[in-house]
Design a protein around this ligand. Structure first.
Ligand code: RB5
Length: 143
């Protein structure tokens, strides 16, 4: 799969770790956002992800908590970003919400935990059950 990873400075290390893990698992990756540990605003990283997402299967956004970057990412109508702290949440984000972006908190999760959550997200498949599909459609309806 083609996966784009975006982060601010607070999540550089986790982003690098996940990129290596993803590549070892056979995925293609693109990194956007912070280039070094100098302060880099998380909304800017989310905006870069939104630009890159159309040429990828999934996105991963990471900041210190995962909160700020997921708030910004969800402002884009084509993005359904899910902030996950457990494998169960990641599986459900795919199954019930058809999330196309996983949000993680680098200051919240250990690296192995973050990788396990990422794997669960990538394994997940959107439910074919009509009520779930209808709810996902409602997520995108104009306000
Ligand atoms: C940066 O210090 C921090 O505020 C940011 O990474 C994130 O946690 C915001 O939601």
């Amino acid at each position: 799969m083609r996966i784009v990873l975006a982060s601010d400075h607070a999540a550089l290390e986790l982003r690098g770790y996940l990129k290596d893990q993803l590549e070892k698992a056979g995925h293609e990756t693109t990194e956007v956002g912070a280039l070094n540990t100098e302060a880099y605003d998380y909304p800017d990283a989310a905006d870069e992800l939104a630009k890159a997402l159309p040429s990828h299967d999934f996105g991963i956004v990471i900041c210190g908590t995962g909160i700020g970057i997921s708030i910004r990412a969800n402002r884009f109508p084509q993005i359904r970003a899910a902030l996950c702290t457990t494998e169960y949440m990641a599986a459900m984000a795919r199954e019930h919400n058809d999330a196309n972006v996983l949000a993680l908190g680098a200051r919240v999760l250990g690296t192995e935990q973050a990788w396990a959550i990422t794997e669960a997200f990538l394994r997940g498949k959107p439910s074919e059950v009509p009520r779930h599909k209808a709810r996902v459609d409602k997520l995108g309806r104009p306000i």
